[in-house]
Ligand binder design. Structure first.
Ligand SMILES: Cc1cc2nc3c(=O)[nH]c(=O)nc-3n(C[C@H](O)[C@H](O)[C@H](O)COP(=O)(O)OP(=O)(O)OC[C@H]3O[C@@H](n4cnc5c(N)ncnc54)[C@H](O)[C@@H]3O)c2cc1C
Ligand code: FES
Length: 279
């Protein structure tokens, strides 16, 4: 079993900054891209994330929210899907509003092995760290294959941007765009010996992708979206079960982890969460 800590670690020390929102672009159907103005920049690499919180939120919600970087540099951005209190506030934020950003956190997507072609599998907002990766790969002359799935055509934010930098296959469960079915639909055909898979999306989706890859002996890296409180290894609030026993911490061992290192649970439904009192 590969040692997850052998994956590339962050190259830039984390820091906490307060930065104003530069712009918020609504993508319809609860998706927004938030871009921050950070003249001194943040050297965030594809796969890394930040803990993000409005500086004027007061006491609620108290905890910052983990969000993958969509871009880094002096205009770092994130893609959010409205889910609960924190993302509702982010979706209402106006330009100039100050945000606290702690990052970059976590590891990066590992390098693609020599001779392999990257195959990116994205579901929902899982597209953010994969679009960042696809842009980097494409600008390095290594255009990836990408499969992007959503419930309907309204759940495919940034699909045009992804199409610009990849050979893109789209699936929707209701058939309103691309092939009708789940994101795993085209995989049996695309999973050949010369690809390596990078996936981010809902747990069940990644478990299904991991299972298909394992059956063919194909390397699969999954970026976990486990709930987090601190984001850098202090609270021990983000454990997932490690295959073969023990635990992995999504924020410090990941979020990008070799899928064979994760105990995806009986029936491969999700990485097994740790129940209260189990640790
Ligand atoms: C590495 C990573 C990258 C992510 N990237 C994105 C992204 O790019 N876009 C996106 O939309 N979403 C992303 N998410 C998911 C996103 O963080 C959640 O959807 C978001 O936190 C929901 O916050 P909320 O206030 O809207 O929802 P709520 O349900 O109101 O709040 C969820 C919050 O509850 C707390 N919480 C719940 N369970 C636990 C627990 N076991 N331990 C500690 N705290 C807990 C956490 O503070 C958590 O953030 C990412 C998650 C991770 C871990
Ligand atoms: S979120 Fe605190 S240890 Fe991982």
């Amino acid at each position: 079993m590969p040692d997850p800590s052998s994956l590339t670690k962050s190259r830039t020390p984390r820091r906490q900054v307060t930065a104003p929102l530069l712009r918020r672009d609504s993508m319809g159907n609860a998706y927004h891209v938030l871009t921050f103005d950070l003249p001194e920049g943040m050297e965030a690499l594809p796969g890394q994330f930040a803990m993000v919180r409005g500086a004027e939120w007061g006491d609620a919600p108290l905890l910052p929210r983990p969000m993958s970087f969509l871009t880094g540099g002096n205009r770092p951005s994130i893609l959010i899907k409205v889910f609960g209190e924190g993302t509702i506030r982010m979706a209402r934020a106006i330009p100039g509003e100050p945000f606290e950003i702690l990052g970059p956190l976590g590891n990066t997507w590992p390098a693609v092995s020599p001779g392999k072609r990257p195959l990116l599998v994205a579901g929902g907002v899982g597209v953010a760290p994969l679009l960042y990766l696809a842009r980097e790969l494409s600008s390095a002359g290594e255009k990836p294959i990408a499969v992007y799935g959503g419930r309907s055509h309204r759940d495919l934010p940034l699909n045009e941007e992804l199409a610009d930098v990849s050979e893109l296959y789209i699936t929707t469960e209701d058939g309103s765009r691309g092939a009708a079915g789940r994101v795993t639909l085209p995989l049996p055909e695309l999973l050949s010996d010369d690809v390596e898979v990078f996936t981010c999306g809902p747990d069940r989706m990644m478990a299904a992708v991991a299972e298909l890859c394992a059956a063919k002996g194909i390397r699969c890296i999954a970026s976990l979206e486990t709930p987090m409180a601190c984001g850098y290894g202090v609270c021990l609030g983000c454990p997932v079960k490690r295959a073969g026993g023990g635990y992995l911490y999504a924020c410090t061992d990941g979020p990008c982890i070799d899928a064979t290192s994760i105990d995806w649970g009986e029936g491969n439904h999700a990485p097994r969460r740790v129940e209260r009192g189990e640790r």
